[in-house]
Design a protein around this ligand. Structure first.
Ligand code: AMP
Length: 149
């Protein structure tokens, strides 16, 4: 039985992102599902760009920060072997854009970390919390614990 057909990896490049990515890849293999990836840009100024804009990866621009982000995203996706047609670099608020793109592309499972760049102090990060409350599909929040040494 094919439980999941389209899995979306929410990637934030945080310290634990590789753990989250590995789980998304393993699930995609297990269910023979399509694997897509989203990274939401919320940390660079984009004056002429509306929230929710999917940034075209193939077209160049004179925004140096954006070009740096694009190169980083493309390299990250290449390393994970994700199909170029399934890569979404989006400008906006992470929790909103992840859910919006998931709905738009009939994603049936979102894989995110329980925490990201916003620290491990809370039980759940704010993006993870919002995805679990508001996404219309299943969500896996990969439990990320602080290393105990
Ligand atoms: P947070 O709740 O913000 O600490 O992050 C929890 C998880 O949400 C991360 O491990 C990522 O999987 C996802 N996430 C957070 N920020 C982003 C972002 N800008 N783009 C894509 N995914 C994100």
């Amino acid at each position: 039985m094919q439980y999941y057909q389209h899995i979306l990896l929410a990637a934030d490049y945080s310290e634990h992102a590789a753990t989250v990515a590995a789980k998304a890849q393993a699930l995609a293999n297990l269910y023979q599902a399509k694997l897509s990836i989203i990274h939401v840009l919320d940390n660079i100024p984009m004056p002429d760009t509306g929230y929710g804009t999917v940034i075209p990866l193939e077209a160049g621009s004179d925004n140096v920060l954006l070009e740096t982000e694009k190169a980083r995203f493309i390299l990250y996706c290449d390393r994970l072997g994700i199909d170029p047609a399934s890569r979404w670099l989006v400008w906006g608020v992470p929790k909103q854009e992840i859910i919006r793109l998931a709905n738009q592309h009939s994603v049936d499972l979102i894989v995110a970390g329980s925490h990201g760049r916003h620290g491990l102090a809370l039980l759940l990060g704010s993006t993870a919390n919002s995805l679990l409350h508001h996404a219309l599909c299943d969500v896996i929040a990969v439990r990320l614990l602080q290393d105990v040494t």
